[in-house]
Structures are given as structure tokens and as C-alpha cells.
Write a protein of this length. Sequence first.
Length: 177
Amino acid sequence: MTRHTLLLISDTHIPARAPRLPRAVVEAIAEVDLVVHAGDWVDVATLDVLEHLSPRFVGVYGNNDHGELRERLPEVARFELDELQFAVIHETGAATGREKRADVAFPDVDVLIFGHSHIPWDSVSPRGMRLLNPGSPTDRRRQPRCTLMIVTVEDGVLSEVEVRTVERDFSAEVTAR
């Protein structure tokens, strides 16, 4: 049996929305095999920290990311776990019609991870693709809480999606090498 655990985050907006990654994010990194960030970092230091702490890392840039972030990160990232095809992108457009648009834009993808809205999202497209947005661990916007997602893949099947509340505790001191 193969098992992979992923941490999904997006829209950290550091330092505009928070001074650094919350403790819950840093602690979750220790639980997982792969960290995925779906864009809107704002600062390069957060990318450096995640690359340093993560056992494996995948990230993309968002609409608020410029300069070095766009040089180091792609607009769309793809990876595979046990033949399950993943794609990561920051923006997918309006919520209405999102699943149908995703089917057209990503016909060979099983799981699409995205950000931008700061709203946790878990849905299935007409052809069966899973769409996941972890919300934001630092900026809840109009949501009741900040969030992240923990995703489990077992034997090539996305078996569990957990949305976790993130407290605004920034006491975890971490830095890149």
C-alpha cells in the first residue's frame, strides 16, 4: 500500500496579511510528504522557507506575485502521485461554471489545486476531476476562519480531504538556510 499526505496552502500574502507563516502551517509541514502552495506569496522569503522545510515542494505564482517569484515559479505546475495526475494554478475564474471550465482546460488532470478566492473549495467536475482550494492560512477575508488542507492519497486514490482551521499564532520562528 502506498500513502502520500499533502499540505495545501494558498494566498499567504506575507508580509501584507501576516508577519510570517502561522504555527499551524509549520507544524503541518512535519506531517506531510509534499507541500503545495497555489500562489499569492507576495514575498520571496516565504518561498525560501517552504522550499527549506518541505520534504517535497510544488508551487505556482499568483496575480500578486512579481519579480523573482515569477522567475522561480511557474504559472501552472503538474505532478503525479501513484498515477494520479495533479495540476496547480492560482486562478480559475468565477465560481459559476468553474468545474466545466476546468474540464476543458485540464482534460488530463485528476486533481486541480487552486487558490485566489481565499475560500475553501472541494468539488467534482462533470468528468470526475476533483477541484481543491485550501483557502488562506493568513487572510480569511469574508470567511469565518483562516484555513489549510491536508489531503491523503492512498494507492492512487484521493482518499481524504481535511480542511483545518488555522489560528493566527505566528510564534513559530523559521527561516530559510
